[in-house]
Write a protein of this length. Structure first.
Ligand code: N2P
Length: 606
């Protein structure tokens, strides 16, 4: 026997540590009593219990299971049939066919995702359960074929022929002889497909509509509004369940079976089903549903819950962090949203394309509460399609003790702050900062000016720690950055939590936005959508939205209900002098392409 090279064990330990440390941390912190994942404060199972009571998580889990079971049945059946056909017959150009069947395994997921979306849009299929299942079957069949074929390679065809000689028809021979013999392979394929389906994020995120949010999508959307230990708990369950399934699949492929196979599968399904037993399962009855698509950090769960109780309805909330995301979803069509919340210029674009539904004034009695300063604006004269929700400014949040007073966009290019700068992950905003700094406009259509802004951002890149539009305020609070371009509401929240932070609308001027609620043309529940918009116009509700999110309210009646601290905050309600130097982002038509191109160049430059 050869001696084991010394140090090998240590090296392998390191490799395994590298591979598994993140997962172990996640699992460990799912049992941590503290909310901040940074330190251990004691053991608890509470996050599991909470996850089991969280209706959004339960709904997502139920969707994931429905999709996974359906996709598994279909993909395994199709895959098995294909594998048997390949085994039984030789086709012309067999190698090419083999390649084509396995190709989807190596096609980049993102390519598969966007081509599926295109296909469904072309077929005018509404995005939802059906499209998700079709997509999953699409990417899983290849795996099923590969696994079943492996099993078939050891299969003795003379058994099937013997059955035929004894008078069995092909179907009977298949079900009585072939299938039982290859059953372990088929089962292994099914387990693999199930775990691929239940895990998938990229493809699902493209082809899911509202109401078909699966667990991975739900987890990601929760991460965007801050990592809570509940997510760690759900992720741990998902991780353990899929590992058990994959482990069993590989045992089956090696020809092992018995209790060692049945138990882990039962355990995995038990884990996935447990939340329904522990928590109050979601009611299966056909309820009234509102599908809301809104910016992250724009509405508190309590506010949603109030509306649900009042209307005896359920609200599905999906979150986004850029106007581009909402444009893409609504333009792709048929996403099934009832209420969306785009910025001013996006309302204009969508309305011009006929993608918004005219509002019914008689269903909006609380419109009288709205602040007239935000009504009848250029992006929607007469408010035929949209009702203002909140407004705000773009500026810089910064750590006073580290940077001193900041009042210019130039601070974001200051080499002293290398690695301590965060920019919004948003082309119009990031380019806008560069344009403003040099005395230009957010809305210039001059190609040379846009190119110059692009160059500034490329030069700035080595100083930038992160591009982030979702939780930039957390990153500032944690001191990972000292300067963050961001939107005022979230930064105002951070300032209240930490007096060493401040917010400024730079002296060169900046952006101001009015984000409005609107109903997409194809919204499935327009009546409930109107009820929701009217609900947000109630003085108390509008005040709650401002209190919890710190974005400035567009509701006049809500102002007196706000605490002094908010009314006085210059980050939340900037004085007129500040507003005078802001401008709104406009729809600039064709020139949008120049911005898109410039931003892509910035993001991909090194
Ligand atoms: C909230 C983002 C503010 C929207 N997360 C800017 N239009």
């Amino acid at each position: 026997m050869r001696a084991r090279p010394s140090g090998l064990a240590a090296v392998s330990a390191l490799v395994y540590l590298f591979l598994y440390a993140p997962i172990l941390v996640l699992v460990a912190f799912s049992f941590n009593a503290g909310r901040l994942s940074a330190e251990w404060t004691g053991f608890t199972l509470d996050w599991y219990a909470r996850a089991a009571r969280n209706p959004q998580i339960l709904a997502a889990l139920r969707n994931s299971l429905r999709v996974a079971f359906t996709a598994t049945a279909l993909a395994t059946a199709i895959g098995t049939a294909a594998a048997v056909a390949f085994h039984r017959y030789r086709f012309r150009r067999q190698p090419a066919l083999d390649g084509l069947v396995t190709l989807p395994i190596v096609v980049p997921e993102i390519v598969m995702a966007s081509s599926l979306l295109l296909l469904f849009a072309g077929l005018r299929l509404r995005l939802g359960f059906l499209t998700v299942v079709l997509a999953h079957v699409g990417f899983c069949v290849s795996y099923a074929v590969v696994v079943v074929r492996a099993r078939l390679s050891g299969f003795d065809r003379s058994l099937e022929e013997a059955a035929a000689d004894l008078g069995a028809r092909p179907a009977r021979a298949f079900f009585r002889v072939t299938l039982p013999l290859i059953a372990p392979g088929v089962l292994a394929a099914a387990l693999l497909v199930f775990s691929l389906s239940i895990d998938d994020y990229v493809i699902t995120s493209f082809v899911a509509g509202v109401g078909s949010t699966t667990l991975p999508i739900q987890i990601y959307s929760m991460v965007k509004s801050g990592v809570s230990p509940e997510i760690n708990a759900v992720s741990t369950l998902l991780l353990v369940a899929t590992s058990l399934l994959l482990w069993t699949a590989s045992r089956l492929e090696q020809g092992r079976r018995g209790w060692g196979t049945a138990l882990p599968v039962a355990a995995a399904l038990g884990l996935l089903g447990a939340p329904f037993v522990l928590g109050r399962g979601p009611s299966g009855s056909e309820e009234r549903v509102l599908n809301l698509y809104i910016w992250s950090n724009y509405i508190a769960p309590e506010t949603i819950r109030k509306f649900e109780q009042r209307q005896r309805a359920r609200v599905n909330v999906d979150l986004y962090d850029s106007n581009e995301a909402i444009l893409a979803k609504v333009q792709a069509g048929n996403a099934g949203y009832d209420v969306i919340c785009p910025s001013n210029y996006v309302i204009q674009i969508l309305q011009r394309q006929g993608l918004l539904r005219p509002l019914d004034r008689s269903a909006l009695p609380h419109l009288e509460n709205a602040d007239p300063r935000f009504l009848d604006r250029d992006f929607d004269r007469g408010n035929r399609f949209s009702i203002p929700y909140v407004w705000g400014t773009t500026g810089i949040g910064y750590v006073k003790s580290k940077t001193g007073k900041v009042d210019s966009w130039g601070a974001l290019w200051d080499p002293r702050f290398r690695g301590r700068i965060l920019m919004l992950d948003d082309g119009r905003e990031a380019l806008g900062a560069a344009l403003k700094w040099k005395g230009g406009s957010y809305n210039t259509t001059d190609p040379a000016a846009i190119r110059a802004a692009q160059q500034l951002l490329v030069q700035q890149k080595p100083l930038v720690r992160a591009y982030n539009s979702s939780n930039f305020e957390d990153i500032l609070l944690s001191r990972d950055v000292w300067l963050a371009q961001g939107w005022n509401g979230q930064l105002a929240k951070a300032i209240e939590a930490d007096p060493d932070l401040d917010y400024v609308v730079p002296r060169e001027g900046s952006g101001m936005f009015i984000d409005s609620l609107a109903i997409p043309a194809g919204a499935p529940h327009p009546a409930l959508a109107h009820a929701f918009i009217d609900f947000t116009l109630e003085a108390e509700v509008a005040a709650e939205i401002c209190r919890t999110m710190r974005y400035s309210t567009t509701n006049r009646a809500a102002l007196p209900l706000l605490p002094e601290s908010i009314r006085r905050s210059s980050a939340i309600f900037p004085p007129d002098g500040v507003l005078e130097r802001t401008e709104t982002i406009q729809d600039i038509g064709e020139a949008t392409l120049l911005y898109d191109r410039a931003w892509t160049e910035v993001k991909t430059s090194r």
